[in-house]
Design a protein around this ligand. Structure first.
Ligand SMILES: Cc1cc2nc3c(=O)[nH]c(=O)nc-3n(C[C@H](O)[C@H](O)[C@H](O)COP(=O)(O)OP(=O)(O)OC[C@H]3O[C@@H](n4cnc5c(N)ncnc54)[C@H](O)[C@@H]3O)c2cc1C
Length: 444
């Protein structure tokens, strides 16, 4: 694991499994009956340590499901005073081991699972252990939704604290488009936060501008968020679904995608395009089409219907149903998995074709480091193609929610890194949060 993202400081010497077990017992004694500690062998432990890909998981001494914010506070105090490594898990979709997994104490936020809609303020208070698909389903009867992830199972905690940039159906943020609240972090009203010293606080832009800034992309560096308050917006039936194209038609679908991204000016229309594999490992191209309305304007998506498809499920439906249908390609049971990212100013046929050339799978743990090395080479090749077409990419940050674990911090946070570090020094002077994954306290 890269030093700059997982800096367990040398002052933390508690690395004995027996010592971790003692911490588990201390937590068990301290928490209220609303919270529970589980050990290897129990189904709840298995659930709490489970990730989207098993390659992100680790064997923990125990897992704990806190049921109240006060118990989170007690747990964090115990972890800090005993210097026990820990991890915080929401939806478990991090693909870097150590980000939400640990050999120490696994904290699973699954009991923070309430959604409370307040019509008067147009906001929803949402538990940090929920997944977005559940949130959309719970809000749907009220005719509202929030800006969030697009795939079943992805957690509210990680997406939001990683910034939730760019990748949401309502985040059409290309130049000249007009949505005012297009990224998850732009729609947050408040965080219920347990600070590294155990203090419970509510953070808003007015009450604490520093922490409000830092939490919008700063992950778990500043404590544990137990609930978020988001702005909501009205949503009725939407149109969309999944179109799948076979390899023989890749040379038709690639220009169609590039053309849509270059020419579409309708902020209600988005596509999510992906090279993936079908269930029998055949390479396929998926287009998740989405329109925020019951019918798209005539012609908007015609280019995708003019190309032969191997399957198609597109119609007017509820938003939760659309999420379920378009999640299919990402719901596979991978054994190993990682993500990496390239920031582009726009898509082109050349760049998408380069992505296709770089798409690959790997079979087992022994190939992990080779695969991750290949991903970096692939990112470099895609970047080089874009730059050769004249794209200026040097000042674009990488999206931390997709970046490999050893990407230098300045590539994620750019000029914000010194500010994040000074906020971290103020609220976590003892560096308690360095006992878990990603840290802005050190590294480059
Ligand atoms: C199949 C798939 C689909 C995806 N789709 C999207 C998408 O549509 N849009 C998008 O923007 N991204 C998407 N991503 C990327 C996703 O944003 C990141 O993987 C994200 O970190 C996952 O959040 P999680 O809660 O599921 O993960 P977790 O592994 O539970 O958490 C990720 C990180 O956040 C920290 N964290 C989580 N909750 C809290 C909390 N309450 N307090 C403090 N720290 C916390 C964890 O400790 C960990 O470091 C996708 C990833 C996958 C694998």
């Amino acid at each position: 694991m890269a030093e700059n993202r997982l800096p367990y400081p040398s002052k933390y010497t508690l690395d004995e499994p027996d010592a971790y077990h003692s911490t588990c017992l201390a937590i068990q004694r301290a928490v209220s009956p609303r919270s529970q500690v589980f050990y290897p062998g129990s189904p709840s432990y298995a659930n709490n340590t489970h990730h989207w890909t098993p390659s992100s998981s680790q064997t923990s001494a125990c897992s704990v499901e806190p049921g109240t914010v006060h118990d989170v506070s007690k747990i964090l105090k115990i972890l800090g005073t005993t210097s026990t490594p820990f991890a915080i898990k929401s939806g478990g979709h991090a693909t870097n081991q150590g980000f939400s997994s640990t050999p120490g104490v696994q904290i699973a936020l699954s009991r923070f699972n309430a959604v409370m809609y307040d019509q008067a303020s147009n906001t929803a208070t949402i538990g940090a252990g929920l997944t977005w698909d559940t949130v959309y389903s719970k809000l749907e009867p009220f005719g509202v939704t929030v800006v969030g992830g697009r795939v079943v199972g992805v957690g509210v905690g990680g997406v939001t604290l990683g910034g939730g940039k760019h990748i949401a159906h309502f985040s059409n943020s290309f130049p000249g488009r007009t949505y005012s609240s297009h990224q998850v972090m732009d729609t947050i009203v408040a965080f219920e936060l347990v600070l590294p010293d155990g203090e419970i606080t509510t953070v808003t832009a007015e009450s604490n501008p520093e922490l409000s800034f830092a939490l919008k992309g700063g992950y778990n560096n500043f404590g544990i968020v137990t609930n978020f308050v988001f702005n909501t917006f009205s949503l009725g039936p939407v149109w969309g679904g999944l179109l799948t194209y076979a390899g023989a038609n890749f040379d038709l679908i690639v220009p169609a995608v590039a053309d849509f991204q270059a020419s579409n000016t309708d902020v209600d229309a988005t596509i999510v395009a992906a090279f993936t594999c079908d269930y029998d490992s055949t390479p396929v191209f998926n287009v998740g089409a989405f329109y925020n309305g019951s019918t798209p304007p005539p012609g908007l998506f015609d280019k995708f219907f003019a190309i032969p498809r191997t399957s198609e499920d597109v119609k007017t439906r509820t938003y939760p149903e659309l999420i379920s249908v378009t999640s299919g390609p990402y719901s596979v049971n991978l054994l190993r998995g990682a993500m990496h990212t390239v920031s582009l100013s726009h898509l082109s046929v050349g760049v998408i074709s380069q992505v296709l050339k770089q798409t690959n799978l790997w079979p087992d743990e022994s190939s992990d480091s080779i695969a991750r090395g290949d991903m970096k080479l692939a990112a470099a090749a895609i970047t080089a193609t874009a730059q050769s077409e004249g794209q200026e990419l040097a000042d674009l940050p990488l999206y931390s929610n997709y970046a490999l674990g050893d990407v230098p911090l300045h590539r994620l946070y750019l000029a914000n890194l010194p500010r994040l570090r000074s906020i971290k020094m103020k609220y976590d002077p003892l560096d308690v949060m360095a006992l878990r994954g990603v840290s802005v306290s050190s590294g480059s």
